[in-house]
Design a protein around this ligand. Structure first.
Ligand SMILES: Cc1cc2nc3c(=O)[nH]c(=O)nc-3n(C[C@H](O)[C@H](O)[C@H](O)COP(=O)(O)OP(=O)(O)OC[C@H]3O[C@@H](n4cnc5c(N)ncnc54)[C@H](O)[C@@H]3O)c2cc1C
Length: 503
C-alpha cells in the first residue's frame, strides 16, 4: 500500500459498512472498522422496516440533507444491490388515508416529491388503489403512490458491504469497544478501546445510539444527545394472509412515517413500527409489549382488508431509532480536533441513504483534510451471495448435492436451509474477521431459525455444527450475546452432569 492515512470507522452498522466500502476504493487509505459486538449488523440496522424510501416524505425546507441523500441513496442501492447480490424488491409504496380531510396532507407529499425530484408520485383513489393491491381495506379513500420504494434485507446488506470492503483490504476488529478518542496538539492520534490503544489519523464516528458519547469523548458537540425511539414489530407466519404486493402504510405522524404493512423480502407479513420515546439512557431496551402489539393490530386494521389471527404471529421484536435533536443528522468533519468526523444521529431514512451518506463523507474528507486519493487498480465491486437450497431448481440442487452432499442435509426445516449453507456462513464470518461465531450470525446469514418454529428444532443442530467447526464445547456456543441464550442445551448439560436423569 502506498503511504497514506489510517482511518478508523467506529460501528459496523449500515452507515459504518457503507463508508468502509466507499473508502476501500483507495490505495492510500488504511481502513479499520471497530465494532463492539461479536458480529457486524449494527443495532438499528438490523431491526427496522427494511424500506428503501423514495424521498417524498422528507421535508425539503427543514431536512434538506436528509431529502437529498435519501433520493440519492434510493438510486445508488439499485446498483449496489446488483453488484453485491443483496436481496431487494422494487415494489413501490402507498401512503393510505381514510378521511377526506387527509387529502390536503397527501398533496403536501406530492409537492415534496416534486421539490425533491422523486419521480412518479401521485394520489390514487378507490378502485385504482384496490386494483393495485387487493389487500387494501375498502375504508381507505386514497393513497399517495410512490413507485420507487423498495424492500431490502437490511442485515444482509450490512454483511454484503463488509464482505466486499474486507475483500478490498479493510480490516474488521470485532469485540473492540471504543472508549475514548485521543487527540494530541489538536490532532487525532488514536482511539482507546476495550482491547488497547489503536493508532489512527482519522476517526469516523458511526456508532449509532452511542455516537453522542463518542463525540463527547472527542470534545465535540457537547450539546448533542441521541434519544432512543423504540419501534415494535410483529411478523406473521409465511402462510398468513394478506400479503400486500406494495409497501402499505398509514399517514406519517410528527415522529414517525406511520405504521407499515408489508411482505418482507423473505415472504412474511410484517406490521410495524410503533414509536415510543425512551429516556436517553435506555439504549438497550428492545423489549416488546402487549400494548405495542394491540396498537399495531389496530393501526394495520385501518389499511388492510383483514388482519391475520394472532395465532399466526411467529415473532415480536423491537428496534431503537437513534433520534438526534430536531431530527437532524450530524454529518461533519472537524478541524478541532483535526481528523474527527461525526456521522451521528442517523435516524430514518438512514438505511436508504447509507450509500449516499458514504459518498458524502468521502467528499467531506477530501474537502476538509485535502486528501489526494489514489484509486486501487484491482478494486472489486462485486460480492457473491450464499447460494440457498430454497432458491435452487431441481437440476441445480442435484448437481450441488453431487459435488457436496451437505446440500442434501436440511438443518432448518421451516426455511429449507442445508448444512452446506450453515458451514458457508461460518466460513464467511471467519473470513471477515469475526472471532466468536454466534448462532445469531448463522441465523441472520442463512435464515435458519427464522421460520414458524423460531429455531426450536434447528438451534441445537446449528449449535453442534458451530461447536464442531470452531472446536469449542457445545454449552459455550454463543446465541447472540451470551451462551445462556441456548439455555435448553446448557440446562441439559448441567442436569446430566449433576446426575439428573433426562427422559
Ligand atoms: C424501528 C426502526 C425503523 C426504521 N425503518 C427504516 C426504514 O424502513 N428505512 C430506512 O431507510 N431507515 C429506517 N430506519 C433507520 C435506519 O435503520 C438507521 O438510520 C440506520 O440503521 C442507522 O445505522 P447506523 O449504522 O448509524 O447505526 P447502527 O445500526 O445502530 O450501528 C451502530 C454500530 O455501532 C456499534 N457501536 C456503538 N458504540 C460503539 C463503540 N463505542 N465502539 C464500537 N462500536 C460501537 C454498535 O454496536 C452498532 O453495531 C429505521 C430505524 C428503526 C429503529
Amino acid at each position: 500500500m502506498a503511504a497514506g492515512r489510517r482511518v478508523a470507522i467506529i460501528g459496523a452498522g449500515i452507515i459504518g459498512a457503507a463508508i468502509a466500502r466507499v473508502l476501500s476504493r483507495f490505495e492510500n487509505l488504511q481502513v479499520y472498522i471497530l465494532e463492539e459486538n461479536y458480529d457486524v449488523g449494527g443495532s438499528a440496522s438490523r431491526a427496522n422496516s427494511s424500506v428503501i424510501h423514495p424521498g417524498h416524505e422528507e421535508d425539503p425546507d427543514n431536512q434538506p440533507l436528509r431529502a437529498r441523500l435519501c433520493v440519492e441513496g434510493n438510486a445508488l442501492w439499485r446498483r449496489w444491490c446488483e453488484e453485491l447480490e443483496i436481496p431487494v424488491k422494487w415494489v413501490g409504496e402507498l401512503m393510505l388515508f381514510e378521511r377526506n380531510e387527509d387529502e390536503k396532507e397527501a398533496e403536501k407529499y406530492v409537492e415534496w416529491a416534486r421539490r425533491n425530484n422523486v419521480a412518479g408520485v401521485r394520489i390514487l383513489y378507490g378502485e385504482d388503489l384496490f386494483k393495485m393491491d387487493s389487500s387494501i381495506s375498502r375504508n381507505v379513500k386514497g393513497g399517495v403512490y410512490a413507485p420507487t420504494a423498495g424492500l431490502i434485507s437490511p442485515f444482509e446488506a450490512v454483511v454484503a458491504l463488509v464482505e466486499n470492503a474486507v475483500d478490498n483490504g479493510v480490516r474488521l476488529l470485532t469485540e473492540t469497544r471504543v472508549k475514548r478518542i485521543i487527540a494530541r496538539n489538536n490532532n487525532i492520534v488514536g482511539v482507546e478501546t476495550s482491547t488497547g490503544f489503536i493508532e489512527t489519523d482519522i476517526v469516523i464516528n458511526a456508532a449509532g445510539l452511542n455516537a453522542d458519547q463518542v463525540s463527547h469523548s472527542a470534545g465535540v458537540e457537547p450539546w448533542f444527545r441521541i434519544k432512543p425511539r423504540k419501534g415494535e414489530y410483529v411478523i406473521f407466519d409465511k402462510d398468513a394472509e394478506p400479503k400486500p404486493s406494495l409497501v402499505l402504510h398509514t399517514m406519517p405522524t410528527p415522529i414517525t412515517k406511520g405504521v407499515y404493512a408489508l411482505t418482507t423480502i423473505h415472504g412474511n407479513l410484517m406490521i410495524g413500527p410503533t414509536a415510543e420515546d425512551l429516556p436517553y439512557e435506555s439504549k438497550i431496551d428492545t423489549s416488546t409489549s402487549l400494548k405495542g402489539l394491540n396498537q399495531l393490530v389496530k393501526e394495520a386494521g385501518r389499511i388492510l382488508r383483514r388482519t391475520p389471527p394472532r395465532s399466526k404471529i411467529i415473532k415480536f421484536f423491537a428496534g431503537l431509532r437513534p433520534e438526534p435533536p430536531d431530527g437532524k443528522w450530524l454529518i461533519k468533519a472537524y478541524s478541532q480536533p483535526y481528523g474527527f468526523v461525526n456521522v451521528a444521529g442517523i435516524r430514518s431514512p438512514g438505511l436508504t441513504a447509507a450509500p449516499a451518506i458514504a459518498n458524502y463523507v468521502l467528499s467531506l474528507l477530501r474537502e476538509t483534510y485535502g486528501l489526494r486519493l489514489i484509486e486501487k487498480k484491482g478494486w472489486k465491486p462485486s460480492r457473491r451471495r450464499i447460494s440457498t437450497v430454497n432458491e435452487m431448481d431441481y437440476s441445480t440442487l442435484d448437481k450441488r448435492i453431487s459435488e457436496n452432499p451437505d446440500y442434501g442435509e436440511i438443518i432448518c426445516f421451516c426455511n429449507n436451509v442445508s448444512r452446506a449453507e450453515v458451514s458457508e456462513a461460518v466460513e464467511r464470518m471467519r473470513a471477515i474477521g469475526v472471532k466468536t461465531i454466534t448462532f445469531d450470525g448463522v441465523k441472520l446469514r442463512t435464515t435458519a431459525g427464522f421460520g414458524k418454529c423460531q429455531a426450536s428444532r434447528c438451534r441445537i443442530r446449528i449449535a453442534l455444527l458451530i461447536s464442531e467447526a470452531v472446536g469449542i464445547p457445545l454449552h459455550s456456543v454463543i446465541m447472540k450475546k451470551s451462551s445462556i441464550g441456548i439455555g435448553g442445551i446448557k440446562t441439559l448439560w448441567i442436569e446430566s452432569k449433576e446426575g439428573v436423569k433426562n427422559d
